[in-house]
Structures are given as structure tokens and as C-alpha cells.
Design a protein around this ligand. Sequence first.
Ligand SMILES: Nc1ncnc2c1ncn2[C@@H]1O[C@H](COP(=O)(O)OP(=O)(O)O)[C@@H](O)[C@H]1O
Ligand SMILES: [Mg+2]
Length: 234
Amino acid sequence: MPILEARAVSKAYGGFLALDNVNLTVEPGEIRALIGPNGAGKSTLIDVLSGRARGHAGQVFFQDAEITPLAPWARRLKGLARSFQKTSIFPALSVRAQLELAARKAEAGGDVGETLAEFGLEGVAERPAGAIGYGDQRRLDLALALTGRPSLLLLDEPAAGLSFEESMKLAKALREMANRRGVTVLLVEHDMEVVFAIADTITVLQLGKVLAEGPPAQVRADPRVVQAYLGSAA
Ligand SMILES: Nc1ncnc2c1ncn2[C@@H]1O[C@H](COP(=O)(O)OP(=O)(O)O)[C@@H](O)[C@H]1O
Ligand SMILES: [Mg+2]
């Protein structure tokens, strides 16, 4: 039984179809990567799933219930979370205080100390979040998204702007967190090495349509996928 399902989702901006009859099912516990050339519709799909994009066609189901009409906050209460943007970090508050504040807002218990350890943030826990390194900020973002113990996390390029080394560190933290907590993850990521390091399944979008889907080795060998990437580079 899928934890998340999009059925025949289409989304137009003016006359332009950013998503064209997309069907997607995500199984509980998996890390699903959503990849595709720039403009393929990846962020639009994340927006549809999280409830941010209004006025689309098709339906979204989460844990067997239709959530299509629900606002983002209502989806979050059900356990479908998306990452905060970097701007959600209050720069003057300490890393620990931010996590405590988020946990209180979500009325979630949970051990902030444990979360700090999980994301390698113990060493910077007492520092103002605005003063920590960018890689630490990205991991704090992830930790914040996880307050309230969501069962599914939507992440749109969580490693954007990070060095390769930092991206891999974030991917590893994400993989371990998902295994430990049993959280399902759907993430958009452009670095293929990062994708192949953590994804159980890959969905490839191109021009608003699902071009290919399957385990990493299969997707990597798919001539249509190779063509789509070469096409976008040309
Ligand atoms: N708010 C918007 N208004 C008009 N066009 C948009 C808007 N958001 C996205 N688009 C267009 O929809 C297409 C898909 O965008 P997006 O989902 O951001 O792609 P991706 O995340 O895969 O790069 C692009 O052609 C983009 O220009
Ligand atoms: Mg995008």
C-alpha cells in the first residue's frame, strides 16, 4: 500500500503545462529521488504534493486518504512535511533553541539532544544559527522539518549550494535518519552521485511527464534518461 500517491496530476501556468498527467506512488520507508532537467516540473510536483500549488488537476492521496483539498498546514498535521527554506532559520537564536521552539510549536515531544546528534549538530548547538556554516544550516533545516515526527518528508534540493563533500554528508545523515525513524523521503536532487548514493527508487521527469522510474541501476542505464540529460545540456 503506497504512503503517497499522485493520480493524473496536471498543473498549468497560463497556457504552459508544467505537469502533464503525472502518476506517482511512493512506498512507505523508501527514499525516492525525483530527478530531471531544469524546468521538468520537479518543484511544481513537490508544491502539488505539499499543498502549496493550488488549482491543479488530479488527486493526491496520503496514507489512504485523499488530501487534495487540504492546505499545507493540514497536510503537515497528518504527517506530510516539507523542508523549511533557509529563511525560516532565526539567525540570532541558537541551534538548540530553534529546535526546542520548533518542537514546542509542533506540540511534539522528542529529544532535541538526540536530534542534534543525529544531524551532527552537537558541536554548534549553542551557537546562533546565523553564525554556523552553510552545511550545518542545511542539516539544521532538515532537523527542523522533522520536528513533529512526520512520516513523509518532501525535500526540494536540500543540498543546494553545498560542496560535494557536504552534500554527501547530508545524504548520509538523511539515509541514517530515514532508516532509524522509518521516515519516507521524496527528494529532488540534481547531483547524480548523491542520488545514486541514497535513493531506493528514482523517478525521472521530463517536460512535465514521467519519463522513467525504477531502481538506480535501471534508470542509469535507460537510454531515454541518458538522452534527456544530453538533450538538456545541448
Ligand atoms: N509560478 C510560475 N509561473 C509560471 N511558470 C512557472 C512557475 N513556476 C514554474 N513555472 C514553469 O514551469 C516549469 C516547471 O518548473 P519547475 O517545477 O520549477 O521545474 P524544476 O523544478 O524541475 O526545475 C518551468 O518551465 C517553469 O518555468
Ligand atoms: Mg526546482
